[in-house]
Design a binder for this molecule. Structure first.
Ligand code: GUN
Length: 291
């Protein structure tokens, strides 16, 4: 079994982004600038956004964090986004999800200009991605593809089973793995909460992407010998031994599954780090598209 090490790969990707940003500057182009919008005080969202802002600085990007009250109206949030759309210095905009219940996620996603939508959630980017056209690809699926590419994992003709069908991870990764690209060219099965015979389907998989958000869900009896296992879960689970009071748990029972696999991503230290690297890559591309 070999670990797919998100730390090593994300550092390599970030070093390349830093270099590309320097080249842009030498060519007289602008410094990439990401605007991150955080509504409310969700603990996990605070951590993710802080990490995104910190990573911008690491690669020489500018970032602006816009914090809005939990009870901000949808109209106010949309007008904040309109200002960011109009601001020529802002290249990429992300609104951290989930949003408070009174705000319609769809309205917010649709309000971001597709050319600044570095999360790749706007329907224009989704449509382009589905057709295999250049687009912003959602950061987590993009990060997974970069990880598969880095380790030169053979995907063509393989059976990939994706557990989860969210717009952020499950659905886009299922599409990316099925495209006529490398990595890609998989035969893909998408499983979800209504799937019958999940275990039997997983046992046929050469590649499993677990993206359902249930800690320890994928157990060793569901995994074929030498399968590649990608764990997208990052659930906070109470743990009194930790300084923070919680531990981060993946969707895979790592201890039991790891000995069965050819490759596996750890949690933490796997896909999560790749998500941020992919977001930075999208932000760099937002500037490159302009020039
Ligand atoms: N919430 C969970 N994942 C993501 C992500 O990739 N982008 C944003 N904006 N919110 C998220």
């Amino acid at each position: 079994m070999q670990l797919l090490d998100g730390k090593i790969v994300s550092q390599a990707v970030k070093a390349d982004i830093k270099h590309q940003a320097q080249l842009l500057q030498q060519a007289g182009k602008k410094t990439p600038h990401l605007a991150a919008v955080l509504v409310g005080t969700n603990g996990a969202s605070e951590t993710y956004v802080a990490s995104k802002v910190k990573s911008c600085a690491e690669v020489g990007f500018k970032s602006t964090l816009i914090r809005l009250e939990e009870n901000i109206s949808e109209t106010e949030l949309l007008s904040t986004l309109e200002k960011l759309n109009q601001d020529d210095d802002i290249d990429g905009i992300l609104v951290q999800l989930p949003l408070p219940r009174h705000i319609r996620e769809e309205k917010v996603i649709n309000a971001i200009l597709p050319e600044k939508d570095v999360d790749g959630f706007h329907p224009v980017n989704t449509g382009r991605m589905v057709q295999g056209q250049p687009s912003f690809i959602p950061a987590t699926p993009y990060g997974i593809m970069l990880m598969l590419e880095h380790y030169q994992i053979e995907t063509a003709g393989k059976h990939a089973v994706v557990i989860g069908r969210s717009n952020i991870v499950g659905r886009p990764i299922s599409i990316l793995l099925s495209l006529n690209t490398n990595p890609g060219n998989c035969t893909v099965t998408v499983c979800h909460s209504r799937t019958a015979n999940l275990k039997e389907i997983c046992l046929q998989a050469d590649i499993i992407v677990a993206a359902l958000g249930k800690p320890g869900f994928l157990t060793a009896d569901m995994v074929k010998e030498n399968a590649v296992v990608i764990d997208v879960g990052i659930t906070r689970v109470a743990d009194a031994t930790k300084r923070t009071g919680f531990a981060i748990k993946g969707d895979v029972d790592f201890e039991a599954v790891a000995p069965v696999c050819s490759y596996i991503t750890p949690v933490p230290g796997g896909v999560g780090l790749m998500t941020i690297a992919a977001l930075l890559k999208n932000t760099l591309r937002a500037v490159e598209f302009k020039s």
